[in-house]
Design a binder for this molecule. Structure first.
Ligand SMILES: C[S@@+](CC[C@H](N)C(=O)[O-])C[C@H]1O[C@@H](n2cnc3c(N)ncnc32)[C@H](O)[C@@H]1O
Length: 278
């Protein structure tokens, strides 16, 4: 257990990430830690279970999990997994997909398959009822294209669920959480060495592109770093049935945030914003 943790920490903190393409860099980063991925990430990727539990699963529906890695989200869906007609675990990283394939085999899931593809390009044969990104948007360099691609693959009325690390804009819209200058500066710099890009525009752009049903903001611990907490959000949205003339269409991710320039008020610990009726 300790040896596995140290090995994973070595790959995250010390081992250089090599490769000419994004796919090669993902392989280089994850190859040595794929076996221990689930045990270690349980302690740092907070809110995944809460997201999965709050998403619908109905008979015959299509679920596309983007940047699915080892397929842990499918496991978290529990008994509801068998309701789906098709579950597609899409990822660009072969070493993690190997773990997902072994999981499918072990569980005898007949409706689940892995798809080796880029999140910015993959389109399922039948349009999706549910699309999820858990801690994958921050690892996709062209996250804007990945969100547009997810929008395109969803049926009108379909759901999107996202959970990920983030930092707030310097002046977020009310009622969203405002992070301190230190938070907005430290965490993006800390994660960037692993090609994980915490971004102040992900959540605003998701809210702009989809109809927001629910947003939760919080923070969680990282392994071996007991005194700090990294912010994450959960977003659930829907593709409008009739986008109508108000649909913004694909647009620029929004005004350029000037970045962390002010020393601001202390961040609230958590915020919650629920637009779902009832
Ligand atoms: C931090 S892992 C999260 C994995 C899984 N969703 C989870 O919650 O454990 C990020 C995942 O995004 C995948 N990824 C990054 N860029 C991608 C891309 N362009 N297309 C598909 N998957 C990508 C990585 O290979 C990795 O599996």
């Amino acid at each position: 257990m300790i040896a596995d943790t140290l090995k994973t920490v070595y790959h995250i903190v010390l081992s250089p990430v090599r490769g000419r393409t994004h796919e090669e860099r993902l392989g280089s980063f994850y190859k040595g830690q794929a076996d221990n991925y689930d045990a270690f990430r349980k302690r740092m990727l907070h809110g995944r279970k809460e997201l999965i539990d709050s998403l619908p699963a109905e008979k015959g529906q299509v679920w596309v999990d983007i940047g699915a890695g080892t397929g842990e989200n499918a496991e978290m869906m529990g008994e509801r997994l068998s309701d789906f007609g098709s579950v597609q675990l899409v990822d660009l990283c072969e070493p993690l997909l190997e773990v997902a394939k072994a999981r499918i085999e072990k569980n005898g899931w007949k409706n689940v398959r892995t798809v080796h593809a880029d999140a910015t390009e993959y389109q399922p044969q039948d349009r999706a009822d549910l699309v999820t990104f858990s801690y994958s948007l921050t690892m996709i360099p062209d996250w804007y294209a990945a969100i547009e691609n997810a929008y395109a693959m969803l049926k009108p009325g379909g759901r999107i669920g996202v959970v990920d690390f983030y930092v707030s804009r310097t002046y977020p819209e009310k009622p969203f959480v405002k992070h301190s200058w230190a938070t907005r500066t430290f965490w993006p710099a800390w994660f960037a060495s692993d090609n994980v890009w915490l971004n102040r525009d992900h959540l605003p752009y998701l809210r702009r592109r989809f109809k927001t049903l629910r947003v939760d903001e919080g923070s969680g611990k990282l392994p071996l770093m007991p005194f700090v907490r990294v912010p994450h959000y959960r977003f659930i949205g829907t593709k409008p049935i009739d986008p109508g003339p108000t649909d913004p269409g694909p647009t620029d991710p929004g005004p350029t945030d000037p970045g962390p320039t002010d020393s601001s008020r202390p961040a609230r610990e958590t915020g919650r914003f629920n637009e779902e009726p009832g």
